[in-house]
Design a protein around this ligand. Structure first.
Ligand SMILES: [Zn+2]
Length: 451
């Protein structure tokens, strides 16, 4: 019997590798090209045409997600989400409608399905003038590429059976001030929705920048296209005075829930054999820039941003034009020919692996703390158990205070306390849970309690 179970386990493919294998570079290519074919997807563009503008694009995305949902056996639902924006809004002075497209893949496990994990990309676009709704704004990289991650992610994951719920969110209004994401996140917060991780993809289709083969006429160095940046904030936005005091006293400024989410993505990228690796960047976003993940952070939800390296600002938020390079005429702008479908498929695979790993993991332990009633030379940790029935145990992790990622790990089995024989002065501690299949939760940074 034992041998039969073992053989069955060896034969069964890993659900993550399975989902990853369903991502298609060809479909990524077609999706970007189709999104660009709407001419502009500016949030204030024409809402009556069936072939041009933001609403035509939204309806097409909805149809594609419905086609993906057909493979889910009724577990994935798709809807258009609309919000009214009042006149006087900064980049929507006349007010108007914000349209998002949402697909929800219902979780399969009773104790887990209330938890939600998100793939996000914005499908609105802009030319050089953020208030111009009429000019062509192909937005191939910004952000048809991120929208493609969400849509292709939905196609790849529709046949998967995650324990927690996965949400695929295509927003608009990003260029007008993150409006679609903001209104969605605020509504979720007001309804008490439990969002435990948001993976925002914005500008993820072109890692070649000014070294793009179309510009230079020769191949770019392969290492430029081998990774994607994963941005995460260190200190949570809008912390209470009490939270800030605790962050200061524990030196917790590198250990927000969003930072643990970024480290989780990093571990998934290392564990699975993926072509595009994550590169952690420890700041909210590119220097003084922003994106839809910020709207989720404002609402109190952990969120990170994926962006390809080597941005070329001559092609971002620009009007389509023609330039001459070494005697050759080249179309410039945020055009589909600059998006690399293989690279984009690689970023999609990383997202699919990470979001499924999150949704299949048990919930993280709560109230993780170092016990400090007496001064001791060892470190005792305690935590509250994860409620899910398939939780099999816990791991204590640690790292040097100068290390970006967790380096030490000790199994605590199913105990909810562990003492390690070294000082808590020189390292940071955290705890994560794991289930019977070996899925691990993100880490919870250890606080302190006089117990
Ligand atoms: Zn963008």
């Amino acid at each position: 019997m034992v041998y039969m179970l073992l053989a069955a386990a060896l034969l069964a493919t890993d659900p993550i590798d399975d989902a990853v294998s369903r991502v298609s570079a060809r479909r990524c290519r077609e999706t970007v090209d189709h999104l660009v074919s709407f001419g502009t997807r500016h949030t204030l563009s024409d809402r009556t045409s069936p072939t041009r503008g933001v609403l035509a694009a939204a309806n097409w995305i909805k149809g594609e997600l419905e086609a993906a949902a057909a493979g889910s056996g009724g577990r994935m639902s798709v809807s258009i989400e609309e919000f009214g924006v009042p006149p006087g809004t900064v980049r929507m002075p006349k007010g108007g409608t914000i349209t998002n497209v949402v697909a929800i893949l219902e979780g399969s496990a009773p104790g887990a399905k209330e938890r939600r994990y998100y793939l996000v990309g914005h499908f609105d676009s802009m030319c050089a003038d953020v208030m111009n709704p009429d000019a062509d704004a192909p937005g191939a990289n910004d952000d048809a590429s991120g929208t493609t991650v969400v849509m292709e992610g939905a196609r790849a994951l529709a046949a998967s059976h995650p324990e927690a719920t996965i949400v695929f969110l295509c927003t608009s209004g990003e260029e007008q001030g993150l409006l679609g994401a903001k209104l969605h996140a605020e509504k979720a917060r007001a309804a008490g929705v439990k969002i435990l991780g948001v993976l925002n993809n914005d500008i993820v289709g072109d890692p070649w920048g000014t070294m793009h083969p179309l510009l230079t006429g020769k191949p770019a160095p392969a290492e430029m296209g081998s990774y994607v940046r994963v941005f995460s904030e260190g200190v949570p936005r809008n912390p209470s005075a009490e939270q800030l005091a605790q962050i200061r006293s524990l030196a917790g400024e590198m250990d927000s829930p969003s930072r643990q989410l970024a480290r989780f993505v990093n571990e998934v990228g290392t564990r699975h054999n993926l072509t595009i690796k994550p590169k952690l960047v420890f700041r909210l976003d590119r220097f003084l820039r922003g994106g839809d993940h910020t709207a989720f952070l404002e609402a109190g939800y952990p969120a990170v941003r994926f962006s390809s390296p080597n941005e070329d600002y001559a092609r971002q938020h620009q009007n389509v034009s023609e330039i001459e390079v070494n005697g050759r005429k080249i179309r410039m702008g945020d055009l589909p020919e600059f998006v690399d479908a293989e690279y984009l498929a690689g970023v999609t695979r990383l997202n699919v692996a990470a979001v499924l790993a999150l949704a299949d993991a048990p919930s993280a332990p709560s109230n993780v703390r170092l016990v400090t009633a007496k001064l001791t030379t060892d470190a005792t940790l305690r935590w509250e158990a994860s409620p899910e029935a398939d939780t099999a145990g816990y791991e204590v992790v640690w790292r040097d205070t100068t290390s970006p990622v967790w380096t030490g790990v000790r199994d605590a089995a199913n105990a909810t306390t562990l003492t390690l024989p070294f000082s808590k002065d020189d390292v940071f501690f955290g705890v994560r849970s794991y289930d019977r299949d070996g899925n691990r939760s993100p880490v919870v940074f250890a606080g302190a309690a006089k117990e």
